[in-house]
Design a binder for this molecule. Structure first.
Ligand code: SHN
Ligand code: NAI
Length: 215
């Protein structure tokens, strides 16, 4: 499987099933999408700012909910595999993506897997194990969390730097070399401890003079 990024801003995600797993998926997607959780009962968990709708659709009735809510993604997370299957099939019929929480086999077209994610916006790292060992995905996510200090700030710094170098007419080859030297510089990472302007100064030193500077 090949990971791709999907923008859920402005989209609806329907989570069917309000247990611990439904809550985890709801939390995850609520960071970006409008999330509706459909379930006869809800675990005492954090569902983010998802809307909780108390209902117990039958396998025949779940399609109506999907029709009405028109989600971009349906997460099937009940403890009833017949219902999960019906939700997945109705979602497919409507062209929505499907995530089945109770399956780890070969995924059909339109089926997606939720990876463990480390995040420091705008940087994201996703870990998956081909469904073999989700606990390992979680473990690696926890380990990488430490590595992520300042990743978001570094991405912002480099993003601005790239624009600046482009504006100054620096060639693509020199830009690439400059950006690589900054992201791999221990000094720049360390300077981010002291804030953006210090890091910018150190990054400028690391890059040194570029031909574009003479323009
Ligand atoms: C295929 C997949 C489909 C999907 O859900 O997208 C799937 C399926 C299943 N998970 C199961 C169990 C567990 N899942 C977790 C945890 C996570 N599971 C997540 C993703 C995925 N799980 C997808 C594959 C990802 C990959 O490739 O690695 C994570 C990464 C993301 C998330 O869900 O947010 C999240 C960690 C988040 C984090 O902390 O960062 C734990 C650990 C725990 O709970 O502590 C356990 C208990 C230990 C165990 O059983 O291994 C079961 C058996 C259920 C049963 O036995 O009844 C199935 C069904 C099956 O295997 O058939
Ligand atoms: N993907 C993952 O990371 C994991 C997946 N699982 C799988 O996910 C399933 C759910 O796990 P948990 O949340 O721990 O189970 P759970 O039993 O705590 O929750 C199931 C939820 O489904 C709801 N439900 C039952 N019938 C329903 C219906 N007709 N319509 C809507 N909701 C309905 C229940 O009220 C309950 O809230 C498990 O059966 C297991 O197969 C389990 C652990 C991790």
């Amino acid at each position: 499987m090949i990971p791709l990024m999907h923008d859920f801003e402005g989209e609806t995600v329907l989570v069917v099933g309000g247990g611990a797993v439904g809550a985890r998926k709801a939390r995850r997607f609520a960071a970006e999408a409008t999330v509706v959780v459909l379930s006869p009962a809800f675990a005492d968990r954090d569902f983010g700012d998802a809307r909780l709708v108390r209902a117990a659709p039958t396998p025949d009735g779940v399609a109506d909910w999907i029709e009405r809510l028109d989600p971009a993604l349906v997460v099937a997370a009940t403890d009833d595999s017949a219902l999960n299957e019906a939700a997945a099939s109705a979602a497919r019929d409507r062209g929505a993506l499907v995530n089945r929480a109770d399956d780890h086999g070969k995924q059909d077209v339109g089926h997606v897997v939720v990876p463990a994610t480390v995040r420091d916006d705008p940087v994201t790292l996703a870990v998956a194990t081909g469904g073999n060992a989700p606990a390992l995905s979680k473990h690696l996510r926890e380990r990488f969390e430490d590595e992520f200090e300042h990743a978001g700030a570094m991405a912002d710094l480099v993003g601005d730097l790239r624009e600046d170098l482009r504006d100054r007419g620096v060639s693509p080859g020199d830009r690439r070399a400059a950006v690589r030297s900054v992201v791999s510089s221990r000094e720049v990472w360390k300077a981010l401890d002291s804030g953006r302007s210090k890091a910018e100064q150190v990054a400028t030193d690391v890059i040194g003079d570029l031909p574009g500077d003479q323009l």
